[in-house]
Write a protein that binds this ligand. Sequence first.
Ligand code: C5P
Length: 230
Amino acid sequence: MNTPIIALDFNRYEEVENFLKQFDEKLYVKVGMELYMLEGHNVIKEIRAMGHDLFLDLKLHDIPNTVSRTMAGLGRLDVQMVNVHARGGSEMMRRANESFKEYNPDGICIAVTELTSTNEHMVEHELQSKLSLRDSVLNLAQLTYDAGLDGVVSSPLESQMLHEKIGPDFLTITPGIRLKESQTDDQVRIVTPDEARRLGSNYIVVGRPITQSDNPVESYHKIKAMWEGK
Ligand code: C5P
């Protein structure tokens, strides 16, 4: 069972350090654009030196050559998971995946399909897409699979559909997790960790229910136990 990935949505390294020092076990953490842009890759090196696994959530989207060269650098940084926007197209995704794995053969490279902030109105009127939002997610996920990547970020509610339509080994990495259905923050569609497991998520990403908790270590263990079905 993959351990829950903790989203470190802080903007200073000091906060990350204070948060991580409460734990005396190996964690899997996610660093996003905000922290990476403000603290540079020193934060990555520090977290890796502490022994934690790391998902670097930068959602790269540029011409294939630029993304490929950037991914080679991230492969050398020794992070476990990276991602790109599937809208960058199949050549960008294929080259990103190959360059990352040249340096990090066991690493995982995934794609973002449609952001959860994208709605039907935007798809139809702004992006002028012929596809509905659901079909666009499916199309981009298929493109991701065909380009050789390992999986996509999705809602836990889409995991089953993606496994059925694309393949059982195609990974779904799912945010939108809460301990109780009532605790939504700004997430629209949420599920509990045990529901996510039943729905077929391969990894869960959990931020505020752990980082904003009065007792982050206790909340992490509660979420981990539910996820593992204990
Ligand atoms: O605090 P919370 O558990 O909502 O954090 C979830 C994490 O997953 C955040 O880092 C958020 O940016 C990320 N995420 C998300 N929904 C997506 C993609 C990423 O919540 N569709």
